[in-house]
Design a protein around this ligand. Sequence first.
Ligand SMILES: Cc1ncc(COP(=O)(O)O)c(C=O)c1O
Length: 379
Amino acid sequence: MRKLLAREFPQDQEVIYLNHAAVAPWPLRTCEAVRAFAWENTHTGARDYSRWMAREMTLRKQLQQLINAPSVRDIAFTKNTSEAISLVACGIEWHPEDNIVTTDEEFPSNRIPWQAQAAYGVELREVPIHLPEPELALIGACDRNTRLLTVSSVQYGSGIRLDLELLGRHCREQGILFCVDAIQSIGAVDFDVQTVGADFVMADGHKWMLGPEGLALFYSTPEARDCLRLHQYGWHMTASAGNFDQRDWRIADSALRFECGSPNMLGIHALSASISLLLEIGMQEITRLVLEKTTYLYERMATIAGIHFLTPREAQRRAGILGFRIHSVDNPILHRKLLEQGVICAQRGGGIRFSPHFYTSLSKLDSAIEILNKTLCDM
Ligand SMILES: Cc1ncc(COP(=O)(O)O)c(C=O)c1O
């Protein structure tokens, strides 16, 4: 494993990369796949397009395996998480009394598409979740007019991880659609769509899945996708895609219906390479390692004077994100100073966000804490 990781992540010694919750570095195999694809395009163009299509199918199967989807037909590609959420938000035929329940901490991708439905008289209920049992607050906000519950599996700022099974069970019992923005989970911690019981799941590939920007996973159950009106049409989303001479057509039964035209083949080659590494190591092991990193940071940073963690202490309440604020320190300045010293992290949720991945070495975490301590002493 050590040898594999050293080969796949030859990161500059100057860089302490704690920003996987934003945009992750690629493994070496992804760089090689993109290089090979570029070379092929330059020298033989699309001569071997059938091989590219096989790669496209491989990626669908890899994603199916990664989230334990019942069928490869439930997997669609979109440009990003926002596009997938918009397909759901703009696809549902809303009634004026409908409401949508969500948290008050969502990334704009999982807020704006729903707010836009106010034009149809739909109410968005944003429930505070900084509580010991946030799921109960969300469930309590649902009533007989709730059409859909939508949450991030892990909040981008606070790093709070929700009990999706509990929420999924409530939605199933009450006939509420359940939508999960899983961008901060998939690739970091085990995620099983069948256990969760979600109708829609979306996640862009450029964070914990270690892929490029511009290619996202959009899972839907057959029943749930049949509830959505389509707003984009083209050759690729029909049951007879590829039969260009056929004049009559119908919408594909599978999730391919959400892909109106040519696929992002470059992104597909890259993301497939990245996911092959996750599957090789296994999500169980990756989950263990990711939680080990955030626990390690939590324990070692707890002694810093004035520190306030935005992320809950309990391991089952977090994943790869550790958010914190230092009392009586200008946190934006602290963030800038960390960046200047090679600690690549983000400023989110009113504090600083560290997000190591499974491969981040403990010595890098030690270096980050040392730099943080030293910077605080000098401030
Ligand atoms: C919870 C969450 N959803 C969505 C996104 C990004 O959405 P998109 O894939 O549309 O860029 C982010 C990015 O930080 C996020 O943290």
